[in-house]
Design a protein around this ligand. Structure first.
Ligand code: CAA
Length: 389
């Protein structure tokens, strides 16, 4: 059982405390039996999405009007759910997160008809969602993206490639960002919902990565998308991408927190049990110092993650700086905590399938996706400099 004292912090309300207990119990019963599974990633992801829908957890990724749990997205709930899932299965965490990332642009910027068409299915776990922003030429420079969308009567025609797309190959729809050219750079992008079976959209390749994850490159060639699948107005694409990332970046921090808490639990268990030089590892001060550092980094990460979530939920407005700090610190800290756990486990820590070995592989991508560590630093610096100008 994970450490729970943080739930007494003033960021939370009683319903969050109840939620944390419920999702932990559900994860233990439903997801834990699949812990460590690395085969049939697509099938497992589909089953996780369906199970999350059936159990009602996907109510947290859509607004109440479409069967959701809250009027809008409650970021603290999203973070608590990701933490709990990530503690046991990175794949289950991704399955949950992508239903949010791949539907929030619809909830935030879609027409009533689009919301009605997509959100109830996403909530039920019967429509797998994806978010297609990155391109082979670059993922960090969103304003420079090259994929084009040209208006042709009642359609837009999409041409170009997207890559590193989570759920690529198994998604039922993709939120696709493309250049419509209203202005140069950031102000000339638009966002579209593209159904997976749309002619002209193909899976160019599936990508195998360090830890199991459904991932693909998508190819769009003369892909005709009905004009009513545009989200917001032409030219709103950059704003839509950033507004969505501002919400979900804090949740990436929460997933990292779930990994880190699990690593600390594993380190504590090993330290109490493993003997060397006639005493347990826990009796060595060197171990105690390491454990103290891990716990302190975890609390610091949790403070930043839940500060960002609380600010979004309770203060409203942009949380760009808070979300960037939460993602930056929590993912980097989790990498350090997990590395320390592997070291405490010694040779056993690098044996394939041991929890700390799995965490060591799983954490790495979080420092890259949804804005690299370096991009988060630039975002924070831009906020600082604009505030003091
Ligand atoms: N919210 C609202 N508006 C924003 C904003 C935000 N968070 N960030 C910037 N803007 C506005 C700016 O105010 C500016 O508007 P004005 O011109 O009117 O002043 C405009 O948008 C352009 O902003 P910048 O000049 O800051 O843009 P930039 O091109 O210099 O850099 C960036 C922006 C922060 C680097 C951005 O491109 C970025 O976040 N890049 C990283 C993208 C990313 O996260 N990629 C990962 C892909 S998604 C993914 O990973 C999903 C997955 O795997 C599951």
């Amino acid at each position: 059982m994970s450490e729970r004292s943080f739930l007494a912090w003033p960021f939370f309300e009683d319903h969050h405390r109840a939620l944390a207990a419920e999702i932990a119990a559900w994860t233990a019963a439903t997801i834990a039996p699949h812990e460590g599974a690395e085969e049939d990633v697509d099938g497992l992801t589909r089953r996780f999405v369906a199970a999350l829908g059936e159990a009602g957890w996907l109510r947290y990724v859509v607004p109440a009007e479409f069967g959701g749990a809250h009027a809008g997205l409650d970021l603290r709930s999203l973070c608590l759910i990701r933490e709990s899932l990530a503690r046991v299965s990175a794949l289950a965490d991704t399955a949950f997160a992508m239903q949010g990332l791949g539907s929030a642009p619809i909830a935030l910027f879609g027409t009533p008809a689009l919301k009605e068409r997509y959100l109830p299915l996403v909530r039920a776990g019967r429509q797998i969602a994806a978010f297609a922003l990155s391109e082979p030429e670059g993922g960090s420079d969103v304003a420079g993206l090259r994929m084009t969308a040209r208006r042709a009567g009642e359609h837009y025609v999409l041409d170009g490639r997207k890559t590193w797309i989570s759920n690529g190959g198994i998604a039922d729809h993709y939120i696709v960002f493309a250049r419509t050219g209203e202005a140069p750079g950031a102000k000339g992008l638009s966002a579209f919902i593209v159904d997976a079976e749309t002619p002209g959209l193909a899976i160019a390749e599936r990508i195998g990565v360090i830890a199991p994850h459904p991932l693909a490159t998508l190819a769009f060639e003369g892909c005709r998308v009905p004009a009513d699948r545009l989200l917001g107005r032409p030219g709103d694409g950059f704003k839509i991408a950033m507004a969505t990332l501002d919400i979900f970046r804090a949740t990436v921090g929460a997933a990292a927190l779930g990994f880190a808490r699990r690593a600390l639990e594993e380190a504590l268990a090993r330290s109490r049990k493993r003997e060397a030089f006639g005493k347990t590892l826990a009796e060595f001060q060197a171990t105690q110092l390491r454990l103290a550092e891990m716990a302190t980094e975890i609390d610091a990460a949790a403070l930043l993650v839940y500060r960002a979530a609380w600010a979004k939920d309770r203060l409203g407005g942009r949380v760009t700086r808070e979300a960037a700090m939460a993602k930056l610190y929590a993912t980097e800290a989790a990498q350090r905590v997990i590395d320390a756990a592997v070291q405490l486990w010694g040779g056993m820590g690098v044996v394939r399938g041991v929890p700390v070995e799995r965490l060591y592989r799983e954490i790495r991508a979080l420092r890259i996706y949804e804005g690299t560590t370096e991009i988060q630093k630039l975002v924070i610096a831009a906020q600082l400099l604009s505030a003091t100008a």
